[in-house]
Design a protein around this ligand. Structure first.
Ligand code: HEC
Length: 114
């Protein structure tokens, strides 16, 4: 392989490492988990198994590569959209009680990075 080729690959790897570490550093996981517990999100959601609501892992999977997901999901947990529960009845989705936009965004970014 040529030096140029190797350089190209090395730059690519560096860019990937850089972008993932920046994304991970942005999320305060322990604050997100504390908020999820406090807001009783975990009553209906778990990270890796379906409960009344979808697993956070599958939500992250569903929205992978959708840059608008953060805003959409912030709206989801602040507006009380109708959701269908497993027994078939519909209710308004839980609305977060905190009014702190940074905390809300952090929670959504944590969910999306599962
Ligand atoms: C009473 C049960 C219940 C509680 C409590 C609850 N959820 Fe949900 N959640 C659901 C259900 C059911 C869905 C599935 C909605 C659908 O796919 O139609 C859902 C969907 C979601 C989604 C994905 C929406 C989408 O567009 O795919 C997110 C994100 C979410 N919940 C976050 C939260 C957060 C954060 C909390 C805590 C503030 C929370 N949920 C509390 C039941 C709940």
């Amino acid at each position: 392989m040529t030096i140029r080729g190797q350089l190209f690959i090395a730059t690519g790897i560096a860019a990937i490492l850089l972008s993932t570490s920046v994304a991970a550093a942005d999320v305060d996981a322990s604050a997100a988990k504390r908020l999820a517990r406090k807001e009783s999100c975990l009553r209906c959601h778990a990270v890796n198994k379906k409960k009344e609501g979808p697993a956070y892992e599958s939500i992250a999977y569903k929205y992978k590569g959708h840059p608008e997901a953060v805003d959409k999901l912030i709206d989801h947990i602040t507006s009380g959209e109708k959701v269908k529960l497993s027994d078939g009845h519909e209710e308004n989705h839980e609305i977060v009680k905190t009014k702190d936009p940074g905390q809300i965004r952090n929670l959504i970014e944590w969910i999306l990075s599962r």
